[in-house]
Structures are given as structure tokens and as C-alpha cells.
Design a protein around this ligand. Structure first.
Ligand code: FAD
Length: 479
């Protein structure tokens, strides 16, 4: 990875009276101006951006968040909310702002098994919410490789997806109500747990996916589901994107609603995992062009999912969609198969600089997209390593390009705009999206201007101006 892009110069000190006011509100131990205390939070996961912060504040409840927002508004100091800082678009990187960490907003406020809802604060770590749900025999289905450190506020603000969207939906679809501190310091209380509520404009969906530009989410009511008690996990080899698409179609039709995951990776991506992730090994004797990780789950203890999986795979084998397959027969084996998927992002990092495209196209166009984009990228740079993987069942591919083996990281990253144009033009021609689940943040602002409907952009700007006329809430992100 090359040196991070330093963000534009910004003031590096905070007026003493503002600091004192923040300390009075949040408590002195939870306000720091010492750079060492937040150095790791000024740089995002991929190391592409480095920001600066005047201070870091860690409020302990919603009223304290509102008071911090009011202090910042009166002093005209920008504010950037940050959760686990695992975001992949640079949205949480501050730039001469106060960094508001949500890590102390970590209470589970209520669980209602009958209503199948859990009310959590924004700083709850995703894995802890999953665990709390499991404790009462329910499932909170959002599942990401970063679930041990990302927080619910960050999941909401980036409208996170992950590996179970196919069955349960993304964060937007998993949320019923929100509590938000608005840029003027008012607290919007829409913490309802209702499945039906047609009382005017849908404010909830305005804040989900807004990447902290419209306010600070402090709590949410999330949906729970029956906890699956049986699952069948298969790692499947196939010839390429078209075979994977045919297999996906068959799985959907034949799995009787039990299909919860259909992930895809081409061999080059799997090879990176095998080369760089300790403990991961190829479950198959032969090397194949592409793979799918497929999981069926059910809350019915009598559902014989391995049998169902085997039957479908036999049919798919006869139809030429499957070349080889391994079904995990124990929890440990299933985890081993999942590790091949979960280590893909980290393994790719070890191969030097990469240019990433988190795209979505209609599922029906996925094979066309993968073939066309691969051909076009190789035409631009024959030695580029096209390394696509991702959430095939959602039409969402991480169309990542690793640098040619002999090329310097910096030289490769200079090609970012050229590859963006190639890949995003193909995406746009198929009615797709340039950001399926990671958001816009800093990294895709220019691309958003290029591809988003101009009227939609205008409406977004009006909403931003109406809610945050001073432009102090996570400035410079998204728009
Ligand atoms: P942060 O990075 O802290 O923040 C993200 C954005 O939300 C920023 O703009 C920030 O300002 C804003 N924000 C944070 N908290 C609040 C709040 N309380 N109120 C308002 N705004 C707020 N993402 C997926 O969707 N699917 C995946 O499968 C996936 N896999 C990943 C795998 C790895 C290994 C990694 C490192 C990341 C992955 N991600 C994935 C990206 C990332 O984990 C998600 O976007 C996650 O939802 C971010 O949560 P966070 O708490 O880390 O947010």
C-alpha cells in the first residue's frame, strides 16, 4: 500500500472554552486532544486517507451527544461520528473536526422476543448484538467479516450488507426505528418497533446510509428472526460466472426458501487466501476456475438440509453447472469453509495495492458484467490481476483489481481513475450501482456526481441544506 493521501490542511487546535464545555458535558476522562489517543482513528481500514482531529469526545448517552452537537454548532466546529472505523469509503475519517466516538453508547436497551425486536445503542458491536439475540433463541442476521469490531451506528450509517442479505435484507431492511441527534442538537425519537406505520415521510431511511452527514444515530430498533438450528454449507467449484448464475437460479428455485448465502470467488481470489491466511487450505484436490460458498439454513430442527443440498448439487452436476463440491459435515468443517470466504479481503491486502469497485448490477446481468469488465480491464492493462469476489446472490461483486506482480503500488494506484471509468461505465450501462454496500464517503464522491441522477443529487443537497445548513455534520463526505 502506498502512503495515505493527506487530507486538506485544517486548524489543529481547539479554543480552550470549547474544550472546557466538552469536558463539562462528557466528563474530562472522555475528552482528549492528545493525538496519540486517536491516531489510529484518523486513518481508515485501507490506509488510503489520513485525517486530523481537534479532539476526540466519547459521550456516554444520547443527552451528552446532543450537548456535544450543540457546543460544536455554537462554536462552528465540524463533527465527525465514528463507530468501529472499519468503513471502506473513508466516511469516518475526520478532517480538522471533532471526532465523536460512539463506543460508550453500548447498551442493549430492550429485547422483545414476542415482537422480535432488539433496541440497541449505536456503539454496540455487531457481534455483541448477534450474541444477545442468540441468547434468547433469536437471530440478528447482519453478518460481516468485520463484525467483531464494527458498530451498529456504523452499520446503519453505511447501510451495511454482508453475507445474509439474500435472505434477510441489508441494514435498512433490518431496522424498524431510530433515535438520532440532529445537527441542530434536537433529538429525533422514532424508536418504534412497528412493522406497520404509515404516518408520513419515512425519516428512518433518510439517516440509514447517510454516512453521518445528516445527524448522529444514537440508538435503533432492529428486527430479530427465528434462530436457525440446522444448516448445510457447501463449497462448490464451477466453470465461471455463467455456471455460477445458473447454479444460483437452481438453488433459489429448489432450496424451498432456505437459501441464505450465495457467495462467489474466482480462483485468483481463493489462491490469495490459500497463500496468506494461516490455517486455510484448498478443500478440493483439483484447481478450478471459480467457486461458490452456499449455505442453506432453517429454524426447523427436522429439516434435512444436507440431503436437500446434495440433491440440488447432483442435479446441478448433471446440468454441467458444478464441477466439484464439498459439504461441511461438522461445525468445525463449516467454519473452515467459511474462513475461505471471510479471509478474502485481508488476503488481498497482502498482494499489494488494489483498486476496488463495490458494484451491484441486476443478478440477471452478473455473468455479463464479470466477463465484460474482466476483458475491458485486461485490455487496459494486460498484467492486471482481476480478482472478483463477493455477494453474488445480491448482485453485488467486489470487483477488485490487484496490481501486476512487477508494478509498484503507486504506479498502479495512479490508474484508479482509468479503471473506475472502465468498470463504472459498464455498471452504469447495465443499470447498476457504483456503491452496493460500502457507501460513498470520500472515495466515491466524484463518481457519485458522475453517475447519480442529477435530480436525485439535487434532492440530496436540499435535504442536507435543510437539516445541516451550517454544513458541520461530517463535512466533505458523500456530497
Ligand atoms: P465506521 O467506519 O466507524 O463509520 C462508517 C460511516 O458511518 C462513517 O461515515 C461514519 O461517520 C458514520 N457513522 C458511524 N457511526 C455513526 C453514527 N452513530 N451516526 C451517524 N453516522 C455514523 N461492509 C458491508 O456492508 N458488507 C461486508 O460484507 C463488509 N465486509 C467487511 C469486511 C472487512 C474485513 C472490513 C474491514 C470491512 C467490511 N465492511 C463490509 C465495511 C464495514 O465493516 C461496514 O461498512 C460497517 O458497517 C462499518 O461500521 P463501523 O462501525 O466500523 O463504521
Amino acid at each position: 500500500m502506498t502512503a495515505p493521501v493527506l487530507m486538506k490542511e485544517a486548524p489543529d487546535t481547539l479554543a480552550p472554552e470549547v474544550l472546557a464545555a466538552l469536558q463539562a458535558v462528557a466528563g474530562a476522562p472522555y475528552v482528549t486532544t492528545h493525538p496519540d489517543d486517536f491516531a489510529g482513528r484518523l486513518i481508515e481500514d485501507r490506509g488510503l486517507f489520513r485525517g486530523s482531529a481537534l479532539a476526540m469526545v466519547r459521550p456516554g448517552n444520547t443527552a451528552e451527544v446532543a450537548a456535544v452537537v450543540n457546543i460544536c454548532r455554537e462554536a462552528r466546529v465540524p463533527l465527525v461520528p465514528q463507530g468501529g472505523n472499519t468503513g471502506l469509503a473513508g466516511g469516518g475519517v475526520p478532517q480538522g473536526a471533532i471526532l465523536l466516538s460512539t463506543d460508550r453508547l453500548n447498551r442493549i436497551r430492550a429485547i422483545d422476543p414476542l415482537n422480535a425486536t432488539i433496541t440497541v445503542e449505536a456503539g454496540c458491536i455487531l457481534a455483541n448484538v448477534q450474541e444477545a439475540a442468540a441468547h434468547i433463541d433469536r437471530l440478528f442476521p447482519l453478518s460481516l467479516a468485520s463484525e467483531g469490531s464494527c458498530q451498529i451506528g456504523g452499520n446503519l450509517s453505511s447501510n451495511a450488507g454482508g453475507t445474509a442479505v439474500l435472505r434477510y435484507g441489508n441494514m435498512r431492511e433490518l431496522t424498524l426505528g431510530l433515535e438520532v441527534v440532529l445537527p441542530d442538537g434536537e433529538i429525533l425519537n422514532d424508536l418504534n418497533g412497528l412493522r406497520k406505520n404509515n404516518t408520513g415521510y419515512d425519516l428512518r431511511d433518510l439517516f440509514i446510509g447517510a454516512e453521518g452527514t445528516l445527524g448522529i444515530i444514537t440508538a435503533a430498533v432492529l428486527k430479530l428472526f427465528p434462530k436457525p438450528v440446522t444448516r448445510s454449507t457447501a463449497f462448490i467449484a464451477c466453470e465461471g460466472p455463467q455456471a455460477a448464475l445458473d447454479l444460483y437460479d437452481r438453488m433459489r428455485a429448489r432450496s424451498a426458501d432456505s437459501l441464505s448465502t450465495f457467495e462467489y470467488a474466482e480462483r485468483i481470489a481463493l489462491q490469495m487466501v490459500l497463500d496468506h491466511s494461516p490455517g486455510c487450505s484448498d478443500p478440493m484436490a483439483q484447481v478450478w476456475p471459480a467457486y461458490a460458498l452456499v449455505e442453506l439454513t432453517s429454524a426447523d430442527p427436522d429439516a434435512d438440509l444436507d440431503r436437500r443440498m446434495t440433491t440440488i448439487l447432483e442435479e446441478a452436476f448433471d446440468a454441467g453447472e458444478v464441477l466439484d463440491a464439498v459439504i461441511g459435515t461438522s461445525e468445525a468443517q463449516r467454519d473452515t469453509l467459511w474462513a475461505l470466504r471471510e479471509n478474502l479481503s485481508e488476503a488481498q491486502k497482502s498482494e499489494g495495492a488494489s483498486i476496488k469497485h463495490d458494484i451491484a448490477v441486476p443478478v440477471s446481468r452478473l455473468a455479463d458484467f464479470l466477463i465484460q469488465a474482466g476483458v475491458a480491464c485486461r485490455a487496459h492493462m494486460p498484467a492486471v490481476r482481476v480478482c472478483p469476489f463477493g455477494h453474488f446472490g445480491d448482485g453485488n461483486i467486489h470487483f477488485n483489481l490487484s496490481r501486476p506482480l512487477e508494478m509498484a503500488d503507486a504506479d498502479f494506484l495512479r490508474q484508479y481513475p482509468a479503471f473506475n471509468r472502465i468498470v463504472h461505465d459498464i455498471v452504469a450501462s447495465m443499470g447498476g450501482s457504483i456503491s452496493a454496500e460500502h457507501g460513498i464517503g470520500l472515495v466515491k464522491r466524484a463518481e457519485l456526481r458522475r453517475y447519480k441522477d442529477p435530480v436525485a443529487l439535487k434532492v440530496m443537497e436540499r435535504i442536507k441544506a435543510a437539516l445541516d445548513p451550517e454544513g458541520l455534520m461530517n463535512p466533505g463526505k458523500v456530497l
